[in-house]
Design a protein around this ligand. Structure first.
Ligand SMILES: [Zn+2]
Length: 242
């Protein structure tokens, strides 16, 4: 069995539901119903060298810059709004093991990035790592799922041999910005034998961009072994604030 027939039979046993509104999907719909897809609060940041997310990230970079470095681009597929069902896209990937829908939305983001000249020289994709105990208990790293999809689409290499999280950090959802920064600073370090020679443009990947503190901590570690000309940009599925 394949295609619609197989799906129709499967739907009798396990109804497929829209990740956003929860209603049953028609045979033509995948992971999200057409109504919710039409209303997905997309940022279209991939085409904008400057946007609110990039401003926030570059502000952090400027604050601790010792030497000038290339401007970082930043993009996200959609705006994260806690009050809407769209938050369930990233929650499903992070907490419910919904890797298939995570890949689906990652492909949308990957398409957008692949169509933007800003990211055409990206050769390296680095997902924000989880602490190994958390990766082990969850069974996967959500940032890796997103990063893998993007790396395949861009023809870039997915590098899991560069960064590691050596400190378990507390869940950040209810912290202030200052607490978040303190929580993640020094949480990451280079893996033994990490080597970025020859890389021109790194894309750091996370599921949600809030204050930028997490990706900025990763960026600082990468900067330690990166060529000063190398650009470090960010892509996430969702970005808080609009
Ligand atoms: Zn829906």
């Amino acid at each position: 069995m394949s295609g619609y027939v197989g799906r129709a039979v499967l739907d009798l046993f396990i109804p497929r539901l829209c990740v956003v509104c929860g209603r049953s999907l028609s045979l033509r719909e995948e992971h999200i119903c057409l109504d919710c897809l039409a209303d997905l609060p997309r940022t279209y940041y991939s085409k904008m060298p400057r946007n609110k997310m990039a401003d926030r990230f570059n502000e952090l970079i400027q604050r601790d810059a010792e030497v000038p470095e290339p401007y970082s681009y930043a993009t996200a597929l959609f705006y994260y709004r806690a009050s809407t069902g769209y938050r369930d896209i990233t929650k499903g990937l992070k907490y419910k093991g919904d890797i298939a829908s995570g890949r689906f939305f990652s492909r949308m983001l990957a398409e957008e990035i692949a169509g933007s000249s800003l990211y055409s020289d990206v050769d390296t994709v680095v997902p924000v790592p989880l602490h190994w105990t958390r990766r082990w208990s969850r069974g996967y790293n959500q940032a890796e799922v997103i990063g893998e999809t993007i790396a395949i689409r861009l023809g870039a290499s997915l590098r899991l041999d560069i960064l590691e999280r050596h400190r378990r950090t507390k869940t950040q959802t209810k912290m202030t910005i200052e607490r978040k920064e303190a929580n993640v600073s020094d949480a990451f370090r280079l893996k033994k034998r990490a080597d970025l020679s020859g890389c021109r443009h790194i894309l750091l990947i996370d599921d949600v961009f809030t204050t930028g503190a997490t990706v900025n901590s990763c960026r600082k570690v990468l900067r330690g072994i990166a060529d000063s000309e190398m650009r470090i940009s960010v892509a996430t599925l969702a970005c808080v604030g609009d």
